[in-house]
Design a binder for this molecule. Structure first.
Ligand code: SAH
Length: 250
């Protein structure tokens, strides 16, 4: 009798842990239809911003990846129902996760190739880093607000984005120990293009960075470092980002 009770207790534990496994892995699988709708919206935006996306639309590999990353797990609980909408959302500490089209555009513009080393400034929720992860060899991301950086690092590890390394610090100065980078994505608006980031861009590399003051029009800029080391910059489209903070940003 006692043994039976013990067996029952064991079974309950086994079932409870199986249920826990299902409940943690299921959210990544569901909401497929919402992600598919989000991709269609991104494609529509890309058609109407043809000059910004260089005429060819968003790279299908970027769209495929965004169709898989569970965006709802990167936003606070109370924002989950709105996670796949076509707009930025608050993620706490006065910061926001970018609109899906902007994430797609920035990822597309840096032309990530397998094996590339990519640097992101402004980890925020970790969503942009998760989108970069399957496309790149290695993703480095810097966040200035410790609580956001730590939370994003834990979330990325839990969802097995294993090639992402997050650091808390001032991204204006880049990550010299990991440079050079084939691509750099800056997800907060600076008053100017940070020279340390241009320095840390590999030859043939590309950087996207919003430039402009918080109350002025900001523009997304594309910076390219040619094979001969020369720099070209192009102004693409008006955007609205939270300001880049920290020592060098002013
Ligand atoms: N890429 C993020 C959204 C970023 S919002 C995502 O996918 O969720 C911009 C982020 O940049 C904020 O979290 C803000 O704290 C951070 N930030 C601002 N200035 C910074 C700096 N100098 N270095 C690193 N991160 C910075």
């Amino acid at each position: 009798m006692r043994r039976l009770a013990q067996c029952r207790a064991l079974l309950v534990v086994v079932l409870a842990s199986a249920a826990a496994m299902v409940s943690t892995s299921a959210p990544a699988q569901n909401r497929l239809a919402e992600r598919a709708a989000m991709i269609e919206t991104i494609k529509g935006h890309a058609r109407s911003s043809a000059s910004a996306v260089e005429g060819q639309g968003i790279d299908p590999a970027v769209l495929t990846t965004m169709g898989k990353v569970p965006r709802h797990l990167f936003v606070p609980e109370e924002q989950r129902s709105a996670a796949y909408g076509d707009r930025p959302l608050p993620i706490g500490y006065g910061q926001t996760i970018s609109q899906p089209f902007i994430v797609a555009l920035m990822t597309d513009l840096i032309n990530v190739r397998p094996g590339d080393s990519v640097l992101e400034i402004g980890t925020g929720s970790g969503y942009q880093a998760a989108v970069l992860s399957p496309l790149a060899g290695k993703v480095y991301s810097i966040e200035i607000i410790p609580q956001l950086g730590e939370r994003a690092a834990a979330r990325l590890a839990e969802l097995r984005y294993d090639n992402v390394e997050v650091k808390v610090g001032d991204g204006y100065y880049g990550w010299p120990a990991r440079a050079p980078f084939d691509g750099i994505v800056v997800t907060a608006a600076a008053s100017h293009i940070p020279p340390p980031l241009v320095e840390q861009l590999a030859k043939g590399g590309r950087m996207v960075v919003p430039v402009g003051g918080p109350f002025a029009t900001q523009f997304l800029m594309l910076v390219e470092k040619r094979r001969d080391g020369s720099i070209t910059t192009r102004q693409l489209l008006p955007v609205s980002f939270v300001p880049l903070r920290g020592g060098g940003a002013r």
